[in-house]
Design a protein around this ligand. Sequence first.
Ligand code: GUN
Length: 299
Amino acid sequence: MATRIDGKVFAATVRDKVATHVVRLKSDHGITPGLAVVLVGEDPASAVYVRSKGKLTVEVGMNSMEHKLDTDTSQADLLALIDRLNTDPAVHGILVQLPLPDHLDEDLVINAIAPEKDVDGFHISNVGLLGTGQKSMVPCTPLGCLMLLRDHHGSLSGMNAVVVGRSNIVGKPMAQLLLGDSCTVTIAHSRTKDIEALCRNADILVAAVGRREMIKGDWIKPGATVIDVGINRIDAPEKGEGKTRLVGDVDFASASEVAGAITPVPGGVGPMTIACLLANTVTACCRANGVEEPVGLTA
Ligand code: GUN
């Protein structure tokens, strides 16, 4: 039976480290890190995420600035807000919640954020810096996965890693991070031939496809470490009428019979994403002020 990698507990330790550093920034330098979150429109899932981000930002002692804009906000108005946040010295991190309404150009908006304040790590400068092994802002979810893997294994050097999913938010940066830690990395996706055999060769398997319970136990190499990034909401009639529950991209029951270690859903990667957002904000604040960065909170 696989070891359960507890992201909830690990995320709390990351937030503690962030909070300790925030105390030091305040007492030694008189600086309070500030995170600005921009939410355009009424998407209920996004609203839940933004609330939760705001709450945890305040809990670690940082300032949280929320900007809620109407669904029909124009591109010019959104860009003008980003411009103001870029030049506001009290703002160290800027996050524009995705997805944006259809009439807004996501790439243009993300690339308008000052790269050093881009705590999502989505700006093309940060993507390029990560790809060339330079200091950058690292996307939060893959950074959280990397922290869990490093904590579990120590060194990842020489391991075969397969990342299932090629998104800009998770799959591609995850592959870069694993390569940076000297794994042999393969990215699999919907057109990959014999994906099951490929996965069975993985010492580290990261699932980030957004298809519920797609990866079964017999896709997994015995003893492998499985990181499940998927968050899929499904009906759960066993819990009562109209109830739902979350499942990952991995079939947890069969996979945990074969894997050496596995992250559950919920309570695995999910809590790490916001913890890493807070870590990125404190890192950005330190870099902006020429203060020593916390150790172990970035790639
Ligand atoms: N929407 C879903 N995940 C994310 C994320 O990591 N960052 C942003 N900005 N929006 C998201």
